[in-house]
Design a binder for this molecule. Sequence first.
Ligand code: ATP
Length: 263
Amino acid sequence: MSTGRALHLRGVGKTYVSGDRVVQALAPTDLDVAPGEFVCLLGASGCGKSTLLQLVAGLEEPTSGQITVDDVPVAGPSPDRVLLFQDAALFPWLSVEDNVRFGLRQSTRSREEQHRIAQEWIEKVHLLGFEHAWVHQLSGGMRQRAALARALATDPSMLLMDEPFGALDALTRDRLHEELESLWAATRKTVVFVTHNVREAVALGDRVLVLSPRPGRIVGDFRITLPRPRALEDVTVMQQASEIMHVLRRALDAATDDALLEA
Ligand SMILES: Nc1ncnc2c1ncn2[C@@H]1O[C@H](COP(=O)(O)OP(=O)(O)OP(=O)(O)O)[C@@H](O)[C@H]1O
């Protein structure tokens, strides 16, 4: 029977050991995310945000605890949990359309069906006319759109986004916020979105989780109920961001100098 939890972490911790260097990146962590929820993860550099995403993606194994996605234990990567990075990580030797179709090739769909689905997503991310373009011919924002189309074309249940818009200029980032929000509203994918930007987290999230400096622990869990769509410069977004900033600062102040220096 389904528990109604898209993501469930119990006691999930991660310690990296490389040579004689031992780094506890994530303290044992509990977390439940509901299906379709948009969760933003905030925290200082090196606090274990990417580690948490990699664990959920199945790219790293936890040192302790258990992770389930849709009630199934995570035992490795799955096309159902797609990870998107700041670097859109498209294949430069493939056109936009072939990049978007890439994940569909593993499916049993016919070539025509793959083409139709790819076109549909290319249109949804506003890249019509660029189907045959090469990756190097796209702007940073267009690359992120193509990466989003590639991710969504395979119909995953969860998007794991690691600072996807961190390298974009402010105007492009604003556009992509709007587009991501409307794609999310239309598809209701569960999203875990890592960012350093408090206002970005408030503008996008149903929930904002604040991680302490390393080893990361969840020290704040804010529900954002402001009406959507939200803009970074909305007064209400700024007010909520400043409340969260306060919790982030407190967590930083409480951290040992070692945790911050070694991050
Ligand atoms: N594969 C690895 N081997 C050893 N240490 C690692 C590895 N990956 C991450 N770390 C360490 O674990 C800690 C947490 O790293 P992580 O990348 O998860 O943090 P982050 O919050 O995502 O940081 P940033 O915001 O700077 O991207 C850091 O001290 C980092 O150096």
